[in-house]
Design a protein around this ligand. Structure first.
Ligand code: MN
Length: 302
């Protein structure tokens, strides 16, 4: 099943170029409490409410995919975990351009460890990436996005995939430079997740998926997740040895070779096998504007 949020956080199911509005099932989610456990309520309860979604689908109103604005399929992740230098050919391009990639000095993936991106930088595919600091390089990194479905800690590699709710296309956008990686990757709009969440049972092998990104029609990155140095299961096991993973936590599993700069006006076309495709626009940041999906969705202020 392809689950999405669209427009002002309506719940949808994507199929055959349509989005089916199944928002009435949101009434089955528990009422919010304060303080809430970390994590995303929809993802935490998705397995439980899925029969109700399937029951509603035949009579659900449908809209053309092109007529809606897709939001991030995870509304409120507690954290976004990044896996650095996880494709050998990307490691090589980083090493060859040390003046751009300061990470090259920090060793292998296991030397560097995982990193965290701010959850507040997250958007869906129909909102533009807003380039900050246009005098510096903002790069695209296409990655397989893994969404955790159940709380877990210290899971074994053999059990790890059973904790996955589903998969999405992820863009780990970054301003290049010498500051800490989390600082440069946590900018508003610099984490894109979309176009929807494909539930885990539809992806039989996350470690064998073609992924590709083109910018303005020119292919920039094209690889397959089988070239990841650490598999999806190993990343989950490793992350869960350091942090409790909560429903809705996102792991961006690392990018392949071909990372390159984007500029306002560009369009990034992203595809991953079994998930789908999405076009993501690049725009200039507007001084003083708040660029996050919750503000623009009209979410109530706290
Ligand atoms: Mn990355």
């Amino acid at each position: 099943m392809r689950v999405c949020w669209f427009d002002d956080f309506r719940l949808g199911v994507a199929a055959d170029n349509f989005i089916y509005d199944v928002s009435p099932v949101l009434d089955l989610l528990p009422p919010p409490v304060y303080p809430a456990a970390p994590g995303d309520a929809l993802i935490a309860h998705l397995a439980r409410i899925r029969p109700a979604i399937e029951k509603l689908l035949p009579s659900a109103p449908k809209l053309m995919r092109s007529a809606v604005k897709l939001r991030s399929p995870v509304g409120n992740p507690s954290k976004i975990i990044g896996t650095p230098v996880n494709y050998l050919k990307h490691v090589e391009e980083v090493a060859a351009q040390r003046h751009v990639f300061t990470e090259a000095r920090k060793g292998s993936i296991t030397d560097q460890g995982l990193f965290l991106k701010s959850a507040s930088g997250l958007i869906g595919c129909d909102e533009p990436v807003r380039v900050r600091f246009p005098e510096r390089r903002t790069d695209h990194e296409i990655e397989l996005g893994v969404v955790i479905g159940r709380p877990c800690a210290n899971v074994s590699e053999s059990e790890a995939l059973s904790y996955v709710a589903g998969y999405s296309i992820a863009l780990d956008m970054v301003v290049r430079g010498s500051e800490d990686r989390s600082f440069r990757k946590s900018i508003d709009t610099y984490s894109v997740l979309g176009p929807w969440l494909v539930t885990a049972e539809e992806i039989s092998d996350p470690d064998n998926l073609n992924l590709e990104i083109s910018v303005n029609g020119v292919t920039k990155q094209r690889s397959n997740t089988r070239f990841m140095i650490l598999s999806v299961a190993r990343q989950i096991a490793w992350a869960s040895a350091w942090y409790t993973l909560w429903p809705g936590d996102i792991i961006m599993t690392g990018t392949c070779e071909g990372v390159a700069q984007v500029l306002p006006g560009d369009t990034m076309h992203c595809t991953i096998d079994g998930i789908g495709s999405m076009d993501v626009a690049v725009a200039a940041a507007e001084p003083g504007a708040i660029h996050n999906q919750w503000e623009r969705a009209g979410a109530p202020a706290h």
